[in-house]
Design a protein around this ligand. Structure first.
Ligand code: AMP
Length: 114
């Protein structure tokens, strides 16, 4: 999508620090990390967010969640644990309207989810 920040990152038009990539997914470090490890996992196909998905996106979603686990392994998070978050819409403060999963870890995360 033309004006989408994350589509530009996938295309290489905006620089990013790659952590993982496969046919369907790209993962890179968040520019404003909220934890020692903060990686964004995004589908290469543009999807606006959780509210924009349907059955046609099942394979994309599965690839994203598998990639979250892969990122956690690559970043050494699986032993102590990690969190996966996807913000959707205004109340969740979604700021980039391309589906993404935050993979957070590397220290004790708080119990407060909201
Ligand atoms: P959200 O607020 O859930 O939509 O998450 C968007 C995330 O994208 C935020 O955590 C931002 O820090 C991150 N972000 C914005 N621009 C960039 C960029 N150029 N490179 C890496 N992460 C970015």
């Amino acid at each position: 999508m033309n004006n989408c920040l994350f589509c530009k990152i996938i295309a290489g038009d905006i620089p990013s620090t790659k952590v993982y990539e496969d046919e369907k997914v790209y993962a890179f470090r968040d520019i404003n990390p909220q934890a020692p490890t903060h990686v964004l996992v995004i589908p290469k196909q543009h999807v606006t967010g959780m509210s924009g998905i349907d059955e046609a996106d099942d394979a994309t979603l599965a690839a994203c969640l598998r990639a979250c686990k892969k990122v956690a392994e690559l970043e050494g998070l699986t032993e102590n644990g990690f969190r996966v978050v996807s913000n959707c819409g205004d109340h969740a403060c979604q700021s980039v309207h391309h589906l993404h999963f935050h993979v957070l870890g590397g220290h004790q995360l708080t119990e407060n989810m909201a």
